[in-house]
Structures are given as C-alpha cells and as structure tokens.
Design a protein around this ligand. Structure first.
Ligand code: SF4
Length: 381
C-alpha cells in the first residue's frame, strides 16, 4: 500500500522523500512539517490498521521521531482559510460581487478551471489553499514571533494529494521567486514509506500533540478532508457573522455523503442561500456549464477533483475504487470533528491571536498580501 507508483505502472509520482531526508539531515535547516486533515484517517492503513482508524496522535509522534523541528497542522491553515473565505463571501454579498463563489483549495480543480472555464476566472475565492496559508504563516508570523530567519525554514507538507506538488511550485505561491510558501510536498504514501525506512514501529507509538501555535484547530478544519466539508465549515462561520446569533446545529447533513452533486437551500436571515457541492471533475463541468447557460444559479459551490474529496486523494493508500473505504475515512473525519471542543473556525484562539497580533482584519491589506492569490487563463486542452 505504500508503493508510490500508479496501478498500471504507466506513471510514477514525483518522489520527494530524498529531499525531505536531506533537509532533516542538514543542521542549518529549521524543518517544519504540516499534515492535511485527510492524512490522519488513512495513514494507519499503510500499517495494517482498518480504514477509518484515526491516527492523529501516532502520526505526530512519528513525525517527531523522524526529526522535524516543529509539527504543525494544516488544519490551522484551514481555519484561517475560513476566516478569509467567509469574509470574502460576505464582502461579495454586500458589495454586489459576482456569485457563486467557488472554493479554490483543490489545485487539480484550479488547474481545470484555468484551462476550461476562463470566463469564470473571477468567481473562485482568491484564498490560498490551507497548506499554502500554513506555509506562508510559518515563514512570516511564526518566524517573526520566534526570531527565526525565514530563509532557514523548510516547510514540508504531508498531503493526500499529488496535485499539491505542482501547486507548491506555482510562482505566485511564495513571498518572492526563491521563497515558496511550501518547499516540499510528500503524500500520505511517501510518509508511510519514510516511517518504515526509519524503522519506527508506528502501531506502538503513544499519542502526541501538535506544536503550538500553528497546531491549534477546530472541528470545522477537520471536515475539509471530505466532500462538502469546506462549504460546511464556511457556513458555520458565515451564519454567525451574518446573523450575529450562535449556530446551534453545526452539522449540515444535506451537504454530506457520496452523491456526485449535492444541492441544498440554507435559509439565513430571511434569505435562501443556494449551495452546491461536487466531487469529480466531470460533475464540476456539468455544474459550471449550467452556470454558463443560466440554467442554474447558486450562491456558493464547493468543488473537489477526487472522489469523496481529499479522503480519496491520489496520494492516499490505494482504495481501488472501494467506496466503503472512503465512507470509513469520511466517518472518521466526522468523528474527529465531534471530538473537538471548538467546531467553528472563528473560535480558534490561536487564529484569533494571529489576526489580533499580525494580520489585522480578515480580507484586509496584510491578509491579501499573505493569504490570497490569483489565477491565470491557460490554453484550452
Ligand atoms: Fe488534492 Fe484530490 Fe484533495 Fe483536490 S480533492 S486537493 S486533487 S486530494
């Protein structure tokens, strides 16, 4: 399950394990690792555990044994993404911006619309994806706070995704051409291999906690890992910001499940918000063509390229199309969400502190500088 080749042997993903070992063995480098939500519910499969086993604590322990200087959580970046995306959505509502807003945290989907739907280039959210946000904050906020030279920091992302390797190399996702937000991306399978190469008995590890402050997260950030989760997390925050009232029931059941296209109408303050969730690029094309022809109108759409969202990503242990494995991983994501003391991104105390001390207003000038990006029209293929 840990072998990083495509099932037919026709393709081999860009293997970056050697680059990570090199950084870890270089005493001049300060090596930070971050892990995506979907990794913790699938990594255990590489060590013979049942699909859907939550191994967050063991994963953190293993990463420390591998020698990373700090173990942070991409979920912190996901909470920051919601701060920005919910604000951007409300900004468009209040200032007559173009709707629907489209989520943009999936790089395969971003590349798809850049090639296929150039006329819709202004509707995706301009938010960077969560691992890019974590990367830039590690090299700015964290580096400034703890007096570390950002040029000495190497950020390694562990992702369920092979497209994130390409995303990290996009020139606009860095503070200058030589300082990318994220330096190296490895997949869940590559991490699995590293743990084996180091001779770590993963199953025997005791649970450990992420480092602070970029290891703090809420349940809203966990659900990013499965289809429907990004829009659910955004709604948990947008609802409270639009109404000024607490949201009692945070679970949006109508946005969950494995249907290829899900639609829901969510009433907020006398207005009915039309939401759609899709996974798989064929479904994305269907829904975008309906928008182009005016056949359908939505306020917000979540689009993920992989079946089931990131739990079914191309860098995960192979599921061979077995939907039961995806369902088990999704159930683990929701279990992790329920176990969190805070389940709304705007309630993350470390995120609140970040804005107070460093960013200022969400969607403000500093936020744009660090946390937002742009898209490029590319030739139709
Ligand atoms: Fe990567 Fe797939 Fe998740 Fe998109 S849906 S970010 S391609 S794992």
């Amino acid at each position: 399950q840990c072998i990083a080749v495509c099932p037919t042997g026709a393709l081999m993903e860009l293997d970056q394990v050697d680059k990570v070992w090199k950084a870890l063995n270089d005493p001049s480098r300060y090596v930070i690792v971050e892990t995506a939500p979907a990794v913790r519910v699938a990594l255990g499969e590489g060590f013979g555990l049942e699909p859907g086993t939550i191994v967050t604590g063991k994963m953190v322990a293993a990463l420390r044994r591998l020698g990373f200087d700090r173990v942070f959580d991409t979920e912190f970046g996901a909470d920051v993404t919601i701060m920005e995306e919910a604000t951007e959505f409300i900004h468009r509502l209040k200032h007559g911006g173009r709707l629907p807003i489209l989520t943009s945290c999936c790089p395969a989907w971003v590349k798809f619309f850049e090639h296929q739907f150039p006329d819709l280039l202004d509707i995706p959210s301009t938010c960077k994806s969560p691992h890019e946000m974590l990367g830039v904050l590690a090299k700015s906020y964290y580096a400034d706070t703890y007096g570390i030279d950002p040029q000495k920091i190497t950020v390694v992302s562990v992702m369920p995704c092979v497209a994130k390797k390409y995303e990290a190399a996009r020139p606009e996702l860095g503070q200058d051409p030589v300082t990318p937000d994220v330096d190296i991306v490895i997949t869940t399978r590559e991490l699995c291999r590293m743990i084996r190469e180091a001779g770590i008995h993963f199953e025997r590890l005791n649970d450990e906690e992420f480092d602070h402050p970029l290891g703090e997260s809420t349940g809203a950030a966990v659900v990013f890992g499965t289809t429907g989760g990004v829009i659910e997390a955004a709604l948990r925050t947008a609802y409270e910001w639009l109404t000024g009232k607490p949201l009692e029931h945070v679970e949006f059941e109508s946005l969950r499940g494995m249907d290829g296209i899900k639609e829901a109408v969510i009433p907020i303050e006398g207005r009915e918000f039309k939401i759609a969730v899709t996974h798989g690029l064929g479904n994305a094309r269907t829904i975008l063509e309906k928008i182009q022809t005016g056949e359908a109108e939505y306020d917000a759409i979540e689009i993920m390229a992989c079946p089931g969202g990131c739990i079914g990503g191309g860098g995960q242990p192979y599921h061979h199309g077995n939907v039961e494995i995806l369902k088990a991983r999704a159930a683990a994501i929701y279990e992790e969400d329920r176990s969190k003391p805070r389940r709304k991104s705007h309630e993350n105390p470390a995120v609140i502190e970040l804005y107070k001390k460093y960013i200022g207003e969400p969607y403000g000038e500093r936020a744009h500088e660090l946390l937002h990006t742009s898209f490029t029209q590319r030739p139709k293929i």
